[in-house]
Design a protein around this ligand. Structure first.
Ligand SMILES: [Zn+2]
Length: 473
């Protein structure tokens, strides 16, 4: 492989000998980064000014196989002044609607350009490309690292000049730098520039970097941190360990007592928790959001049509994980399932979970799939195995939300661990056709009955043992 790439590099260099000469100047920050991270083929030195107005980026791309460079849309409209070094001179590259064709990049090109960070944040207002939280700017590297869209390479970037933190995996050899495989550079994990306050929590072998973003409101930091740590321990207890080595949790303050979460992975993992300034110990103690988002970290990134699997697993597992730790009552788990699962049933015209992207089918349809799968695994193995074993095997095999897996790979790992074909046979049907479930019968079999606002249990029901095992400490 290495020989083939070297040949490609030689062949390309032969076409453009004059354009690959290194500049005869003192080493720059970019040169030092290249020395420190020789494992990367694409290096970026990013300088941000104190006012977070502009990123000034210098890059060296080596052995790329495509020469059309761009960033995530609509970030390309904020990329300005792209120049390529030819001999010892910078030469301007024409802007073709946010795409830049640089022939020299097929062998080795040194680039410099600017990204109008503040303007992008004010205009785009989307944390997956560029947005603001108080004085801080949220913008992931996929929005401003110019790269060929049709080629993958190991890359490294470092940010200087102002505070910066990213959910992208840290570079293994350069402290403070980040990197990975550029195949993940699309809507990459949340990242923030500016005056945040960082705290690091350790859970087992994992690090949870919590960055409190500035804003008009002030969140109760100690309580929020306690809640995030407790949630992390609950998730670690379910999976046997925290599912990723490192995660960035951004905390964005807002008004009221609202608690809301979002999560994005691929090339790293990140969570944004929007916390109301009035949220205190009582809200945190009863809130499920952090556990739900952290369960997502254990499931590999998959195509959009499979969203029901990751949301369904998080919806199903979050109350079980919390009940096992005594954080919520077992009655509450079943009351919420009885109320919620109705939303997950297929309606007229349903085309299976892969093809019915409604709220009810994605969250509760996926949760119903997970419950039925878990019960089926427990039945077929006489309680020796469960969905827990399958998901722990995924994490043990390096599966997490920082990497892309196909549904088939995920299913194979789970089924192998449970010594069944439960997931494969269920996915084959549930993904592509409406699968009705008689919920009244299911609750009766489990020994779960609504009585007014409360739930009563029948421990003589045929599946009572499985039901008790789901929430057993
Ligand atoms: Zn979710």
């Amino acid at each position: 492989m290495r020989a083939a790439l070297a040949l490609l590099g030689l062949a390309a260099a032969g076409c453009t000998p004059a354009e690959v000469a290194a500049p005869d100047v003192a080493p720059t920050a970019l040169d030092r980064l290249r020395e420190q991270a020789p494992h990367a083929r694409w290096h970026y030195d990013v300088l941000v000014d104190d006012n977070l107005e502009t990123l000034t980026i210098e890059a060296m791309l080596e052995r790329t196989e495509a020469t059309r460079l761009g960033v995530d849309r609509p970030g390309g409209y904020f990329v300005d002044d792209v120049e390529v070094m030819v001999g010892r001179n910078w030469r301007s590259v024409p802007d073709n609607d946010g795409v830049f064709d640089v022939t020299a990049c097929s062998s080795r090109c040194r680039l410099r350009y600017r990204f109008a960070l503040a303007a992008a944040a004010d205009r785009i207002r989307d944390a997956e490309v560029a947005d603001r939280s108080g004085q801080a700017v949220l913008s992931p590297p996929s929005a401003w690292l110019l790269r060929p869209g049709d080629d993958d390479a190991p890359f490294t970037f470092a940010v200087r000049g102002a505070g910066f933190i990213s959910g992208v995996w840290p570079d293994p050899t350069v402290p403070g730098a980040y990197g990975g495989d550029s195949g993940h550079l699309w809507r990459s994990p949340y990242s923030a520039f500016g005056g945040f306050t960082k705290e690091s929590l350790t859970v087992g072998e994992s690090t949870i970097d919590v960055a409190f973003l500035p804003g008009e409101h002030e969140v109760a930091r100690a309580e929020a941190l306690g809640w995030i740590e407790a949630s992390a321990k609950t998730v670690a207890a379910y999976f046997g360990r925290y599912p990723v080595p490192r995660v960035l949790v951004l905390v964005a303050p807002t008004s009221g007592a609202r608690i809301h979460g979002r999560q994005i992975g691929g090339g790293g993992v990140s969570i944004i928790l929007t916390l109301g300034a009035e949220a205190g110990p009582i809200q945190f103690a009863h809130d499920w959001v952090a556990v739900h988002e952290m369960i997502h970290l254990a499931v590999p990134a998959m195509p959009r049509r499979n969203l029901w699997l990751t949301e369904g697993l998080a919806t199903y597992l979050e109350p079980l994980a919390r009940a096992r730790r005594g954080e919520i009552a077992v009655e509450r788990v079943w009351r919420d399932m009885v109320e919620g699962m109705d939303h997950g049933l297929p309606e007229a015209g349903d085309a299976g979970l892969d093809n019915t992207p409604t709220w009810g089918r994605i969250y509760w349809g996926g949760a119903l799939f997970a419950l039925i799968a878990d019960l089926e695994i427990r039945k077929r193995t006489d309680g020796r195995k469960s969905l827990d074993d399958g998901l722990r095997a995924v994490v043990a095999a390096g599966g997490n939300n920082g990497v892309f897996w196909s549904m088939d790979r995920f299913v194979a790992v789970v089924d192998q661990a449970t010594e069944t074909d439960v997931l494969a046979s269920m996915v084959a049907r549930w993904a592509n056709e409406p699968v009705p479930v008689d919920l009244q019968r299911l609750w009766a079999d489990l020994g779960v009955r609504s009585q007014g606002d409360s739930i009563v249990f029948d421990d003589d029901a045929p599946l009572a043992a499985q039901r008790l095992a789901l929430t057993a400490p």
